[in-house]
Design a protein around this ligand. Structure first.
Ligand code: G6P
Length: 372
């Protein structure tokens, strides 16, 4: 096993280090002359033109990737998107028709809850597309179309590199469908493609420049009993993912919130010393949301929260109110989640390690849950 880890202390450490490759390999071969071309989707143009709704189903981390993907699918493909947990979807009486495309997301392709939901959607007449990391797995075999993520085998129970690959695949799908439906301009598409092609290097920058500091921060916080995560827009699902990772491998109570929801309840949780991660939107691309989140930071800081911000390089507005600042490179609209999640993965891993826990095999969890 030591050899399989390639010198890393754990599979999770190895897999986090592979996040840049997971993105780059998922993009590779799918861009031609600055436009997205997904060979696996050849012949499906009519299907994409005929749908009026997309329903994303998944479980766990994959469902958070789906929540991020919703923003891109709506923005670039102009199709209304709902995201639902597979086990919730399956046991109600959902409205489905042949104009609904059900997109399932699964690293393993074997999650029983997701598989049952896909089969159910198909029986009800919906079209199904699977985003999957495992060639020939059951879920893609049960689907009308497949877009594979190329993250490589993921061994650690907590999903990391598969998550960034899933978001990448959803973005590729959104750009592809947007062009096919004629709602995405060539220029906007080319700009997004250029951004997507730059993501891998930006993740690598975070690993080089911020991994050590983030791990150090996690060590200092090894005795923490509860951590909150705030995000807005595409940063919201990233807050949920940051909290999930911490629960999964550090066994620390963690919750993610939409920053705008703070005043409607969660702010009551803030007491002196409460650590709160805040994912700050880009001041360049989302100045309005940026300012709103900065005032959220002021509100929780005034109540004694210990604020750890994840902010773009050059964002000075956060400095007066932050106890710690973790930097990510500047990224175009919608691309921040692929970067902001990386320090959160590193943090959860560092904290679990500091507590002496087995980061690859957390208690009570399985890599792939093949029972309902
Ligand atoms: C399990 C794993 C999670 C994973 C989820 C979905 O609960 O512990 O890490 O996110 O299943 O797995 P899938 O293979 O469908 O992506």
């Amino acid at each position: 096993a030591a050899a399989e880890k390639g010198g890393w202390s754990s599979f999770m450490a190895k897999e986090v280090s592979e996040e840049p490759d997971a993105v780059a390999n998922t993009v590779r071969g799918r861009i031609h002359d600055g436009a997205v071309v997904i060979p696996e989707l050849d012949g499906l143009d009519d299907l994409f033109r005929g749908i009026h709704r997309i329903l994303v189903i998944a479980c766990g981390t994959a469902a958070y990737a789906g929540q991020v993907g919703k923003y891109a699918l709506e923005q670039w493909a102009r199709v209304p998107v709902d995201v639902e947990l597979a086990h919730e979807f399956r046991y109600r009486d959902p409205v489905l028709d042949s104009g609904t495309l059900v997109v399932s997301i699964s690293q393993s392709g074997e999650t029983m809850d997701t598989l049952m939901a896909v089969k159910y959607a198909r029986e009800r007449g919906a079209k199904t597309l699977s985003i999957c990391n495992t060639q020939g797995a059951t879920i893609p075999r049960e689907s009308d179309a497949i877009v594979y993520t190329h993250a490589g085998p993921e061994v650690a129970v907590a999903s990391t590199k598969a998550f960034v690959a899933q978001i990448t695949a959803l973005y590729l799908l959104a750009l592809h469908v947007g062009r096919v439906r004629g709602v995405l301009s060539e220029g906007d598409s080319a700009q997004a493609v250029a951004e997507l092609e730059g993501v891998a290097d930006k993740i690598a920058w975070i690993l080089t420049h911020e991994q050590e500091r983030t791990t150090q921060l996690a060590r200092w916080m090894a005795d923490t009993r509860s951590v909150l995560f705030l995000g807005r827009h595409v940063g919201f699902p990233i807050a949920l993912e940051g909290a999930l990772k911490l629960k999964e491998i550090s066994y620390i109570h963690a919750e993610g919130f939409a920053a705008g929801e703070l005043k409607h309840g969660p702010i009551a949780l803030i007491e002196p010393g409460q650590p709160v991660f805040v994912i700050v939107p880009s001041p360049v691309f989302s100045p309005l949301l940026h300012d709103k989140v900065v005032s959220n930071i002021q509100e929780i800081r005034a109540r004694g929260a210990r604020v750890i911000v994840i902010a773009e390089e050059g964002d000075a507005a956060v400095l007066p109110f932050a106890d710690e600042v973790l930097r990510i490179p500047l990224a175009g609209p919608l691309f921040e989640p692929l970067l902001a999640v990386v320090p959160l993965h590193i943090f959860a891993m560092g904290l679990a390690e500091a507590k002496g826990l087995d980061v690859d095999q957390p208690r009570n969890l399985a890599k792939s849950v093949t029972v309902e």
